[in-house]
Design a protein around this ligand. Structure first.
Ligand code: AHG
Ligand code: MN
Ligand code: MN
Length: 403
């Protein structure tokens, strides 16, 4: 089964939103095929060195960073369902068409330090609904990501995608230049025998991180077993190995990077949605990655990804104990529905309270209490309000609701 047939099956409800989501995912996938072709011949096309520029991160840009970023911009700017694009390589997000349905965030080329030595590298991306018709749509926690994935340019070129909280892997058929399903509905093992961290930073970690690492090598508790260290230095490669084999990847804060090194919006969030959907978890140290409210597009975060039991073991060293993570990530409601925007939505639809209530699945009295501010909608009411809003968004495009 190829990627398009898989997406048509997984997103079968032929709603506009599903059709447009499929098209945006395919635009990203097409771009990663072009990037894969370039990664095969960097030494021949003289594109493996530095572009002699410093990006907004203060990091030296590689030529392949620029090529990958440009490929994604060219592909997504032509897609009428893509409203805008934010990436590691550009200071501010690009807005292509502010009334289109989705925004894309990306790390166009992850693992740049590995390009020149032919080690695995990748592309990481996330897809967010354009609820605010512009740049502020990006300022959402990972709970608002409707899809996420990565490509890994390695011995095989693979594309891993998460839709509807299901994670599957596709392998590029180089002849047909088409991704074919190679692993369906991936679930991460509950624990693994590998830990992955840059031990070169050991002296600058906090003591509890040092204790956790030492325990991996020389377990004291009877329950824990010794782990092996693997570290590629490309997040996508270390993450993919962890997803398939189980275990844990950690990039904790250190003295020189107190906020952590990895970027929240286009490295941590997409992987956090993927790992939690595959039955694992992703934390910063004491908080779930998906709950972090971003303050800026290039915000950094500590990132610990992996199997449930290994994350719990990590948390036992770094916080009061077990991570209180949700079994599968609840995709958050789009809006924080309140008395003002509920009343606005109802009046724009020209419905009485009882007919609006029927649409949402509540009584007239509940609608009245919402609009008077006495009570707020619960999670399932919020989702019902979201879907009413999304299905009527065309007529709301001209004058969007204040969220
Ligand atoms: P990028 O190439 O997109 O800047 O990302 C590099 C990141 C990530 O891929 C990897 O996990 C990490 O940098 C490695 O950092 P260290 O070299 O400090 O271990
Ligand atoms: Mn990266
Ligand atoms: Mn990068």
């Amino acid at each position: 089964m190829n990627l398009l047939s898989y997406l048509n099956k997984e997103l079968a409800g032929k709603s506009d939103e599903n059709l447009e989501l499929i098209s945006v995912i395919c635009s990203v996938a097409d771009s990663t095929v072009d990037i894969a072709m370039d990664t095969r011949v960097t030494g021949l096309k003289q594109i493996r060195g530095s572009a002699n520029e410093i990006n907004v991160q203060g990091e030296e840009v590689q030529m392949l960073d620029q090529i990958a970023n440009k490929s994604l911009i060219d592909s997504l700017s032509k897609n009428s369902s893509c409203a805008g694009y934010a990436s590691e390589e550009i200071d501010e997000p690009l807005i292509f068409n502010q009334s289109s349905r989705f925004m894309v965030v990306a790390d166009p080329l992850d693992g740049s330090s590995n390009i020149s030595v032919n080690m695995p590298i990748g592309t990481i991306f996330g897809i967010i609904r354009n609820t605010d018709y512009g740049v502020s749509s990006f300022n959402k926690s990972g709970r608002y990501y409707i899809s996420a994935g990565y490509s890994l340019y390695g011995p095989s070129d693979i594309f891993v995608i998460c839709v509807n909280n299901k994670v599957s892997e596709f392998t590029l058929d180089p002849k047909k230049k088409e991704y074919q399903l190679s692993r369906d509905d991936i679930k991460i093992p509950r624990t693994g025998s590998i830990y992955s961290i840059n031990e070169g930073n050991f002296i600058s970690w906090e003591d509890n991180i040092k204790k956790w690492v030492l325990n991996n090598k020389n377990p004291t508790g009877s329950s824990s077993k010794r782990k092996t260290l693997r570290y590629v230095g490309s997040l996508v490669a270390d993450a993919h190995r962890t997803l398939i084999n189980g275990g844990i990847f950690a990039y904790p804060p250190d003295k020189s990077q107190p906020e952590g090194k990895l970027r929240l919006m286009y490295e941590a969030n997409p992987l956090a949605l993927l790992f939690t959907s595959a039955g694992g978890n992703a934390v910063s140290i004491d908080k779930e990655i998906l709950d972090i409210e971003p303050e800026n597009f290039h915000q950094r975060t500590p990132l610990i990804l992996g199997s449930k039991d290994d994350i719990d073991d990590f948390m036992n060293f770094t916080t009061s104990g077990r991570s209180s993570f949700k079994e599968t990530p609840e995709i958050s409601p789009i809006f924080k529905w309140n008395k003002v925007n509920i009343a606005k939505l109802r009046s724009r639809l020209g419905l009485s309270r009882s007919r609006f209530g029927k649409k949402v699945g509540v009584t007239r009295g509940t609608v009245l209490r919402w609009e008077s501010g006495d009570v707020s909608p619960n999670l399932s009411n919020n989702k019902a309000l979201d879907s009413i809003y999304l299905s009527t968004r065309k007529e709301l495009l001209q004058n969007p609701l204040d969220t």
